[in-house]
Design a protein around this ligand. Structure first.
Ligand code: BGC
Length: 877
């Protein structure tokens, strides 16, 4: 039996008996025989442990208390006099990005994991990361990230679990339960309203109460209430006018009072902005250091009565509760019985990549490729080699080994001749060959560069230079990935603000369409490009994309190019500008190889390296693929009719330029260390694809329900979440917009049928149960995702046409049928009433729809919820 099937079997058999019992049983499943770490799963505190915390607090001086609530890099500080060890932290979320720069097993990133719809796989991944954390002495892992996908532009979507709150919550429960069973606290992040990366310190997410409760909070709520997460991380942004780290509504009213969260609430790194605000606003510990929550700032506040000492003690109590919950005060966290390189986890990493691959188009059953008929295959594109295991930024885990698609295809199909070409030049190469002159005519080679000692190009320039090109490496997130000490050193040394202006002339040889591509820094940087006086790229205030690009018609002759940029803070200075005729961007060699090959696999998508970040923390990304890739896909399709496109991305991309001519198309997400191998297995049919979209894939950027309000209006900071609860598929359905691929969609090499839906009233917390049969009607073994949606057609309040309320990943042999039963609890039927500030069920008739995607729901049934059932339902906030 395969890994996934084995986990699924156990998941169904396991019914948690007590608050924490489910964890223990699930863990023994995930870990397999011979590994017993379940005794270290978190537990509710005993009276003796409560007393221990009181004793520690009693011994602490005020100064020590204030020291304790400011971090030290990636740790809660040690207090040897009080027998308190340092509590170490590490980024994840899909591997341990350790402080010492050590590699670790790297799993499929969040969005890919969500595409598996496999809770038990999420548990196995969480457990694997937990083991790696124990081998490295880490107490808190800084993940999972579970912010809702509002728009494909958000640079960190790849870390999160997609657009649906129920699916995201289920993935959180699996991941956190698996991880915490190893005695490691998960840290669910970024709480809350952190749904974009531009202006991330200053943007104000303006979200109404109902929308917060129904869409953005539920994944965090599931992590707290159902997975008993040990820690929560507050985000950078403001929520309804107040920064997350000093927002008593979200930190105290919701997290503590409504959800009864007992553990550690930490800030994101450098996300604290006010000492008294944070102290009274519910934050427990400021990371990475106590820049605000420190002795100097809080002692006077306590003396003046602005902050009470009891409030400070409460914070320490929360941190120590996490410590007691996981037994950190009773044993060393580093477990020397776990190998640093744990080969057992390679199988889980591979499985996570396999289950994530999502087949979206397969005309004429081009896939799987037939090894008998295909003798030569070209693997081409920027993501073909060396592969893109992770997105950029703090989630950039470094794997011990990485299988690229080129190697994956070579391994899976050793008899086939595998040709390779990157297909496109790098942006660095292009920028190095983009020539300028300093004057329209008669100038020297290069551009005039003026450097200003301020952020806004004001006054006289400090220096003047004449570089040949705009091609600076700067310091990118990738430069420090894997070594967090270097990162800390950078934050300690904040350079003064600088701005630059480059002015030069580009000479177009002939009339035509020219590709203009820019690589730039994220957070703490701004840049704009003007061509012939027209603003063509504007990242001045908002980092709209790390690698913006466009195609512009140019006439022959000189064109004035001005690039203006500013930098503040340690990461930045990266600036590369390339201009090239669109029709000459694809490597000619790739075209020759494509003509010679029996099939072409284009490995397209986003990537992060020392050259450029394209999808990363600290800035957003383009909806279209990085520069030149649309041209590459079209060129390959023109030469070879068997062209397959596989995209690496954290969400939808603009496929409109080629999808109609692309016979086969897959989303590979970021597959971790084994992504190339897993994709090759799918392409050649060794693995039957079963990924289903955790997002809706739009045809055009403007179809997205947030398109008109993704950025603040009037160049300000307030992001109005005007679409309200109609995010993702809820919005497409409301607006009557057909997406390119609907939520929940994914093809297989076999086919499935659904039959016999029965919806019966439930008892206890289950208000109804949906039962039905799923059959594999094809000739291959495979898996589908049975999705259960609810709607209330006669609802008095605006409600989405469908809402996901249950699902089950079903693995079936050819001809096999399985009976599936999905319970629907009170919350499945409820909406959040902003007048009463409570969850409410409006009695009436609800429709239950079941199928393989939002667009394929062959079964429907109804269930009536009576007024007495609605009144009696338990719906805690
Ligand atoms: C990120 C967090 C991360 C932290 C520590 C921040 O910039 O937003 O997700 O955990 O850095 O690296």
């Amino acid at each position: 039996m395969g890994l996934g099937a084995r986990f699924q079997l156990f998941a169904r058999q396991v019914k948690p008996k007590s608050r924490f019992a489910g964890k223990l049983l699930l863990l023994s499943t995930v870990l397999g025989a011979g590994v017993t770490l379940s005794a270290q799963a978190p537990h509710p505190l005993t009276p003796a442990e409560q007393q221990h915390i009181d004793d520690i607090l009693h011994k602490m001086t005020l100064a020590e208390k204030l020291d304790y609530i400011g971090g030290t890099g990636f740790a809660v500080r040690a207090m040897p006099g009080l027998d308190l060890p340092a509590l170490e932290m590490s980024d994840g979320p899909y591997g341990v990005r350790s402080n010492a720069g050590l590699p670790s097993t790297t799993y499929s990133e969040g969005i890919g994991l969500a595409a598996s719809w496999d809770r038990t796989l999420a548990g196995a991944v969480g457990a694997g990361i937990g083991r790696d954390a124990r081998a490295r002495g880490i107490h808190y892992m800084l993940g999972p990230g579970t912010n809702i996908y509002r728009s494909p532009r958000n640079g960190r979507n790849f870390e999160y679990f997609g657009e649906d709150p129920f699916l995201a919550g289920q993935m959180d429960i699996g991941y956190i339960t698996g991880m915490q069973g190893q005695g490691v606290s998960a840290t669910v992040k970024h709480y809350i309203g952190n749904n974009s990366e531009y202006l991330r310190h200053d943007s104000d997410s303006v979200i109404d109460e109902r929308t917060l409760r129904e869409i953005y909070l539920p994944p965090f709520e599931a992590a707290v209430k159902q997975a008993h997460v040990g820690a929560v991380m507050d985000s950078y942004n403001l929520i309804n006018g107040l920064h997350a780290t000093q927002n008593p509504v979200t930190n105290i009213d919701i997290l503590r009072h409504d959800w009864h969260f007992p553990g550690t609430l930490m800030s994101d790194w450098d996300a604290t902005y006010d000492a008294v605000g944070a102290a009274n606003g519910g934050l427990d510990i400021e990371m990475p250091t106590g820049k605000f929550m420190n002795r100097a700032k809080l002692t006077p506040a306590i003396q003046s009565g602005a902050v009470s000492e009891a409030t400070i003690e409460e914070k320490i109590r929360h941190i120590l509760t996490s410590a007691e919950m996981f037994g950190w005060l009773d044993r060393p966290q580093r477990d020397l019985s776990i190998p640093l390189y744990d080969a057992r986890d390679n199988a889980i990493a591979l499985q996570s990549a396999r289950e994530s691959v999502t087949l979206l188009k397969n005309d004429g059953a081009l896939l799987p490729l037939n090894k008998q008929q295909i003798h030569t295959v070209l693997v081409v594109g920027p993501n073909a080699y060396p592969g893109t295991p992770v997105g950029g930024g703090s989630a950039g885990v470094v794997p011990f080994h990485l299988t690229s698609l080129v190697e994956g295809v070579g391994t899976v199909a050793p008899a086939i001749n595998v040709l390779y070409d990157p297909g496109l030049p790098t942006l660095t190469d292009l920028a190095a060959h983009t020539d300028f002159t300093t004057a329209e005519s008669g100038g020297g080679a290069g551009l005039t560069e003026e450097v200003f000692a301020n952020q806004d190009l004001s006054g006289a320039p400090q220096r003047q230079l004449t570089p040949k090109h705009v091609n600076n490496t700067g310091i990118g997130w990738d430069s420090i990935s894997g070594n967090l000490d270097d990162l800390m050193a950078l934050f300690d040394h904040e350079p003064a603000a600088t701005s630059y202006r480059y002015t030069g002339y580009f000479h177009a040889g002939q009339e035509g369409r020219y590709l203009i591509a820019l690589a730039c820094g994220g957070e703490g940087n701004g840049v704009r490009v003007l061509i012939d006086g027209h603003l063509v790229i504007d990242n001045w205030k908002y980092v709209r994309a790390f690698e913006p690009h466009l195609v512009l018609p140019l006439t022959p002759g000189a064109h004035k190019v001005v690039v203006e940029a500013w930098q503040k803070g340690p990461i930045g200075g990266r600036l590369r500008l390339a201009i090239k005729p669109e029709d000459s961007v694809v490597n000619p060699h790739a075209l020759e190889l494509a003509a010679h090959a029996d099939a072409v696999i284009v490995a397209a998508g986003f990537y992060n390296n020392h050259d450029v970040n394209t999808e990363s923390e600290g800035g957003d990304r383009t909806f279209d693929l990085p520069f030149g890739q649309d041209e590459l896909i079209r060129a390959m399709e023109a030469v070879n009719s068997k062209t397959i496109v596989a995209v690496t991305s954290g969400g939808a991309v603009d496929a409109s330029g080629w999808i109609d001519h692309t016979p086969a198309f897959l989303e590979a997400w970021y597959g971790g260390q084994a992504g190339g191998r897993a994709l090759a297995e799918v392409l050649f049919g060794e693995v039957n694809p079963a990924g289903h979209l955790p997002i809706t894939w739009e045809r055009r950027a403007e179809d997205n329900p947030t398109f008109h309000n993704y950025y603040p209006q009037d160049d300000g900071i307030a992001v109005q979440y005007k679409e309200g609860i109609f995010v993702g598929y809820r919005g497409y359905e409301k607006n009557g917009v057909q997406p390119l691929f609907p939520f929940g969609y994914g093809l297989s090499y076999t086919s499935f049928s659904f039959a016999g839906l029965k919806v019966t009233p439930g008892s206890g917390p289950t208000l109804a149960t949906a039962e039905f049969d799923v059959t594999n009607t094809g000739r291959r073994a495979g898996a589908t995702v049975a999705q259960v949606y609810l709607s209330e057609p006669g609802a008095r309040e605006p409600r989405p046409a469908h809402e996901l309320k249950g699902f089950e990943r079903v693995e079936l042999a050819p001809g096999q049928t399985r009976h599936i039963s999905v319970p629907l609890d009170a919350r499945s039927f409820a909406w959040f009433n902003p007048t009463t500030h409570n969850w409410t069920i409006d009695p009436g008739s609800f429709t239950v729809s079941v199928g393989e995607s939002l667009a394929t729901l062959p079964l429907t049934g109804t269930v009536n919820i009576s007024p007495s059932t609605a009144r009696a339902a338990s719906l805690p906030r």
